[in-house]
Design a protein around this ligand. Structure first.
Ligand code: ASP
Ligand code: MG
Length: 418
């Protein structure tokens, strides 16, 4: 029988009543003839509570015990979901990660999936079981310890199961009804997309759209797993939600599919560094050793005149998450103090935000950057840093203009229209 994976996020299993509602949807798919693999998150808020307990007990905790504690929320919902299905006379049982087994690396707290041997579950399906309920977010290390896959990891569990079982689709039930052109809280004209390409979703997810864990999208793209994001609170229909899929399944799309933004950015300018081979390597090597995730980079125009010498000098500007700013400054000042890096001073800005337009259509259409910059100029918004990739253009702007920038770009690229 064809296999379908259905994943229910924390808000979709937050109460017994909601678990019942989710189980009914599972029952509907079983009735259509699918063998269903259900992946559940912990009840909404549960994982945060468990993480809090660990931190309170042991600030420098043993990561193996952290995983033992924080994985437990999913055990509860998996068992309850199986019981609910049984009450509805659907043959079901629950599986914890280690029972499957979902085998992972030993990187506790952020383990990667290595393998999911399907034999145990396939055999149960062959014996007449119709639903395998899997505790999401968890697996087992080569040492036999419980691991977790990082926050939001049950999305990744779901995609991995879909890949391992050759599922027809992986339905991700959540509290929003799909993927939007931008956050509707920032732009009232935001529109739900019927389809979006893996690569676009990957950019949107890593640019701050929080619907799916970024790793789950990477995995879906690698194994070509069709993902459908849909609300567990709305009526079911075949058209519901957003399909995240390969480009071949997208007939026509706008040049730009979405506008993403992230508020928590910082900008650093290293004023007056020598413009010599190896300077960028030394700056960004220092930052990477310090664990700073540098995002955008600009090297300014060079000019001569460093002190009394006639050397070429330049300024180097980069952006990073706000919370890493202190670490970045410390690393750069440290490198200056020990003589590995010479510069005049650091200039930092914390009131900045990144706004990006994303779309696979950019590959074949020119003029997207020009239209974006013109739009921002017309609103009097100054661009501080620009970065581009094949399917994305990002700019750093003053944070107070972020909402305006998102709305103006949404209008300019006519994203309210399908
Ligand atoms: N319960 C876990 C978390 O809150 C995993 C998940 O829900 O995806 O991060
Ligand atoms: Mg989630």
């Amino acid at each position: 029988m064809p296999v379908l994976v259905m994943k229910f996020g924390g808000t979709s299993v937050a109460t017994l009543d909601r678990i019942r509602r989710a189980a009914k949807r599972v029952g509907t798919e079983v009735a259509k003839g699918y063998d269903v693999i259900v992946i559940v998150s912990a009840m909404a808020g549960k994982t945060n509570e468990l993480v809090g307990w660990v931190n309170e007990t042991s600030p420098f905790y043993d990561a193996r015990e952290y995983d033992a504690v924080v994985s437990s929320g999913e055990n509860v919902t998996a068992g309850l979901m199986a019981l609910t299905l049984q009450e509805m006379e659907v043959p079901a049982r629950s599986w914890q990660g280690w029972q499957v087994p979902l085998m992972t690396t030993s990187a506790h707290g952020a383990a990667r999936i290595e393998d999911i041997p399907p034999a145990n579950i396939t055999q149960k399906f062959a014996e007449g079981m119709r639903v395998a309920v899997i505790a999401g977010f968890q697996g087992v290390s080569p040492e036999g310890r419980i691991t977790t896959l990082g926050r939001g990891g049950s999305d990744t569990s779901a995609v991995a199961f879909a890949a391992a079982f050759g599922a027809e689709r992986c339905d991700i039930y959540t509290d929003v009804d799909g993927v939007y052109t931008t956050d509707p809280r920032v732009c009232a004209k935001a529109r739900k997309l019927d389809r979006i390409a893996f690569e676009e979703m990957l950019e949107l997810a890593s640019l701050g759209a929080k619907v799916l864990q970024t790793r789950s999208v990477e995995l879906a793209m690698r194994y070509n797993v069709k993902l459908r994001v849909l609300s567990s609170f709305e009526e079911q229909s075949d058209e519901a939600g957003t399909l995240v899929c390969g480009e071949d399944l997208i007939m026509e799309s706008n040049v730009v599919s979405g506008v993403a933004f992230s508020r928590e950015e910082a900008k650093v300018t290293i004023v007056t560094v020598a413009d010599t081979p190896g300077i960028a390597a030394s700056i960004f090597g220092t930052l990477s050793d310090a664990g700073v995730n540098v995002d955008m980079i600009v090297q300014n125009v060079s000019e001569t005149g460093y002190g009394s010498h006639d050397e070429l000098v330049t300024d180097m500007t980069f952006s990073c998450p706000n919370e890493q700013l202190a670490r970045a400054e410390k690393a750069l000042e440290g490198a200056r103090a020990d003589g590995t890096l010479a510069f005049e001073r650091l200039e930092t800005e914390t009131e900045v935000a990144k706004v990006s337009v994303v779309g696979i259509g950019m590959r074949s259409q020119s003029g997207v950057a020009a239209r974006m910059f013109r739009t921002l100029a017309a609103e009097g918004i100054n661009i501080k840093v620009i970065a581009t990739s094949e399917i994305k253009i990002s700019v750093l702007v003053d944070r107070k203009y972020m909402e305006l920038a998102v709305q103006a770009l949404h209008d300019a690229f006519e994203l309210e229209r399908a």
